[in-house]
Design a protein around this ligand. Structure first.
Ligand code: FES
Length: 89
């Protein structure tokens, strides 16, 4: 098992497991809010098509949780609206 952080809390994942799958396995159902209504979103299609599962990984927003491999030590955070790239110049 590997471990990453989601909003500061430890989440365990199998090697090769996606961030989305690990979050669902940990009991999380949403990790993004919509731009207009701040409605909660998480996995929907699970195959990279709908973009409902966007999350911020290591300061980079708009990563699809259903396609992003969970890496030990990653800092994953809830994305609000369009997100903010903390690493942008
Ligand atoms: S759940 Fe649809 S793109 Fe990730």
């Amino acid at each position: 098992m590997i471990e990453f952080r989601f909003d500061g809390e430890p989440i365990r994942a199998e090697p090769g497991q996606t961030v989305g799958a690990a979050l669902v396995a940990a009991g999380r159902r949403h990790w993004r809010t919509t731009r207009r209504d701040a409605a909660p979103r998480g996995l929907f299609c699970g195959i990279g098509i709908c973009f409902d599962c966007l999350v911020t990984v290591n300061g980079h927003p708009n990563r699809r949780a259903c396609l992003t491999e969970a890496i030990a030590g990653d800092q994953v955070t809830t994305q609000e609206g369009p997100g903010r790239d903390d690493l942008a110049c």
